[in-house]
Design a protein around this ligand. Structure first.
Ligand SMILES: *[C@@H]1O[C@H](CO)[C@@H](O)[C@H](O)[C@H]1NC(C)=O
Ligand SMILES: *[C@@H]1O[C@H](CO)[C@@H](O)[C@H](O)[C@H]1NC(C)=O
Ligand SMILES: *[C@@H]1O[C@H](CO)[C@@H](O)[C@H](O)[C@H]1NC(C)=O
Ligand SMILES: *[C@@H]1O[C@H](CO)[C@@H](O)[C@H](O)[C@H]1NC(C)=O
Ligand SMILES: *[C@@H]1O[C@H](CO)[C@@H](O)[C@H](O)[C@H]1NC(C)=O
Ligand SMILES: *[C@@H]1O[C@H](CO)[C@@H](O)[C@H](O)[C@H]1NC(C)=O
Ligand SMILES: *[C@@H]1O[C@H](CO)[C@@H](O)[C@H](O)[C@H]1NC(C)=O
Ligand SMILES: *[C@@H]1O[C@H](CO)[C@@H](O)[C@H](O)[C@H]1NC(C)=O
Ligand SMILES: *[C@@H]1O[C@H](CO)[C@@H](O)[C@H](O)[C@H]1NC(C)=O
Length: 560
């Protein structure tokens, strides 16, 4: 249950001073490796290594039946481990489930299964409820673990360290002594090795849980992603896990939607929403997390400063060190930055990311629902098997207008996306229970919080819509079910295995212990949501967003 633990505590100052030394000139410099190493002689004569077909003798190769463990197993398989990552765990002396550093990195945490109780449905389970039969599944997943954005805070911190090392020099001791010889080993943007494993594992899990639905295909499946390198590679790793290697190459069609400014792309919708990228709606997340960071790291700066001379730390440096803990861990398997921080500082970091998403990409942002609504239009088209004919949001008319690139008869839909898009889409879907504790304060962590980015958009976060047919004996509430005669189609959503209540959506208000809503009611709710979200105004109008302290937006739309 608990990932690899390593108890570290800061060295006592006396011992620490024994380790004192000066920074090397290379401290903070970039290091990267190209494989195969330069100068390697690569044998080009493939005749030494005939492939499997040429060698032959493969042995018997009969296949078995498709699995449907989401219905046949008595309990759900859950994702609780982050092998092979090792994380320095802060000392913990409380009782109950230990605080886990690796789960407090917001969108930089690996994904873990979330209990349904986290979202308010303690008795719900990812397994198909008895009396129900699975008919269709829609998966939206984030890419796997990645290197930082090019030129962002972690590399800026490395430049600061390098400038100090090559300037008048610095000297770090005790818990910071490693900085004397630390180098920056992270690339930018692309997947890390762990980031390849996550979508691959998700693909395998999806085959085991939902493979049976493949029997209902009449053509090869079309799965979608966007054009960025990490997006394409995540999608392919998912497919490699789902179909197997090398079979994935001939088992499905990979649709790659252009992600670039000016492109319509429901899986990267900001390029079709100018306000998301300018000071109308684009700054709020950074302001909110920036204000909070000044507060929660205020005492951390002097605490760490006592271990380093010749380099004056700022709040931004220390925030970058927390990010480096997460990025180095998911890239290199371990990071010495992780052991520097207390549980309270990690809770502060997690909350800084909650603020960044709430105001920047979530319920508190005036252009968030508008950016997610294109995917909702696509979902309704798929659920109703009705072709899209009007393209008035981030949908691409060329792709979504064709039944080849936008088929409506698939039992399984798989779309890969980004963290912010997951948040936009969840906001557009009106999962208001996640926003139940209202606008997030920028000066303290509220005692009761329903909005956690580590549950919404961690690496390879996955949102699954299960469409199923349930008979009268199933668990749907009697009230909704009595109206139906015989089996009726229902839908529910699992966010990282946690069942999400749909009660904030019009026509799905009746609580259901399994999170189910009648499919036709859900569709009606989404059709109303599509009317309610003013894409043109929220994305294009020149309005002034509310000041942070007065931003009472809770469903991602600008007041009008
Ligand atoms: C590391 O490389 C990036 C470009 O790849 C550059 O912008 C940055 O300044 C370099 N940092 C250092 C410390 O040399
Ligand atoms: C829509 O997608 C097609 C096919 O990839 C592409 O050629 C076109 O530029 C896209 N249009 C927009 C507005 O994104
Ligand atoms: C704090 O928020 C205000 C807007 O309310 C913004 O102008 C300011 O830049 C923010 N401070 C930081 C450090 O991000
Ligand atoms: C940071 O700490 C200093 C010294 O204790 C204090 O004067 C200042 O107000 C604090 N700033 C914030 C943003 O809490
Ligand atoms: C760090 O700050 C102190 C006090 O403001 C100043 O005297 C010193 O020159 C600074 N050191 C560096 C390396 O900037
Ligand atoms: C792109 O989106 C805009 C805004 O909704 C729309 O006017 C335009 O027709 C779309 N273009 C394509 C090719 O989908
Ligand atoms: C796709 O559209 C074409 C032309 O509009 C039509 O002939 C064909 O039957 C459609 N295919 C499916 C699977 O709906
Ligand atoms: C979406 O949620 C908002 C805020 O709770 C609510 O006012 C609105 O009626 C909901 N809309 C739909 C269509 O569910
Ligand atoms: C887009 O078109 C659909 C279908 O006519 C309509 O229901 C919806 O309100 C329109 N949305 C916008 C933002 O114009």
């Amino acid at each position: 249950m608990v990932p690899a633990l390593l108890l570290l505590s800061a060295l006592p100052p006396v011992l620490a001073s024994l380790a004192a030394e000066s920074a090397s000139g290379f401290a903070g410099s970039n290091v990267s490796a190209i494989y195969p190493p330069a100068g390697a002689t690569i044998t080009t004569d493939e005749s030494y290594f005939p492939d499997a077909e040429q060698v032959g003798y493969a042995g018997p190769t009969p296949t078995g039946a498709e699995a449907e463990a989401v219905a046949t197993a008595p309990v759900a398989a859950l994702n609780t481990d982050a092998y092979p990552l090792v994380v320095a765990q802060t000392p913990y002396s409380g009782t109950g489930v230990p605080f886990q550093v690796i789960r407090s990195w917001g969108n930089l945490s690996p994904w873990f299964s979330v209990g349904s109780g986290e979202f308010g449905l303690p008795s719900a389970d990812p397994q198909i409820p008895s009396g129900c039969e699975l008919e269709q599944v829609h998966l939206l997943h984030r890419h796997g673990a990645r290197y930082p954005t090019e030129g962002s805070a972690p590399s800026t911190f490395a430049e600061t360290v390098q400038a100090a090392a090559t300037g008048s020099g610095f000297s770090a001791i005790g818990p910071l002594a490693f900085l004397n010889t630390w180098t920056y080993k992270l690339g930018a943007e692309i997947l890390t090795p762990e980031g390849r494993q996550q979508p691959f594992d998700l693909g395998i899990a999806f085959r085991v849980k939902y493979g049976q639905l493949l029997n209902g295909f009449t053509d090869l499946p079309v799965f979608r992603t966007t054009s960025q390198n990490r997006m394409v590679e995540s999608a392919i790793h998912f497919a490699a896990g789902f179909f197997g290697v090398p079979d994935y190459q001939t088992s499905y069609h990979q649709e790659i939607i252009i992600e670039n400014s000016g492109s319509n792309n429901t899986l990267a919708p900001w390029s079709a929403c100018p306000n998301a990228n300018d000071d109308v709606a684009g700054d709020l997340g950074g302001y909110a997390s920036g204000n909070w960071t000044q507060i929660y790291l205020n005492a951390t700066v002097p605490r760490l400063q006592q271990y380093i001379t010749g380099l004056n730390l700022t709040v931004n440096d220390v925030y970058a060190m927390q990010q480096l803990c997460a990025y180095e861990t998911v890239a290199l398997g371990y990071s010495q930055f992780c052991g520097l921080f207390t549980e309270e500082e990690w809770r502060g970091f997690d909350y800084a990311i909650d603020l960044s998403f709430w105001y920047g990409n979530g319920p508190g942002n005036p252009a968030a629902a508008a950016q997610g609504i294109g995917y909702v239009q696509e979902l309704v088209a798929r659920l109703t098997r009705t072709p899209l004919t009007i393209f008035n949001t981030s949908t691409n008319a060329t792709l979504d207008g064709s039944n080849i690139t936008f088929p409506l008869n698939q039992p399984i839909y798989v779309d890969a996306t980004h963290d912010n898009a997951m948040s936009y889409i969840i906001t557009a879907l009106n999962f208001t229970t996640l926003a139940a504790n209202g606008p997030l304060p920028v000066d303290h962590i509220p005692a009761y919080q329903t909005y956690h980015v580590h549950d919404i958009a961690p690496f390879t976060s996955n949102l699954v819509a299960q469409v199923m047919s349930c008979s009268g004996s199933a668990s749907p509430t009697e009230e909704t079910n009595s109206a139906a005669t015989g089996p009726a189609p229902y839908i529910r959503f699992l966010l990282n295995d946690g069942v999400v209540p749909l009660t904030g959506i019009s026509h799905c208000e009746t609580p259901d212990p399994n999170g189910l809503c009648l499919l036709e009611n859900f569709i009606q709710g989404m059709q109303e949501r599509i009317q309610e979200v003013d894409f043109v105004y929220d994305c294009y109008a020149n309005y002034t967003p509310p000041a942070l302290t007065e931003d009472t937006i809770i469903d991602g739309r600008m007041f009008q």
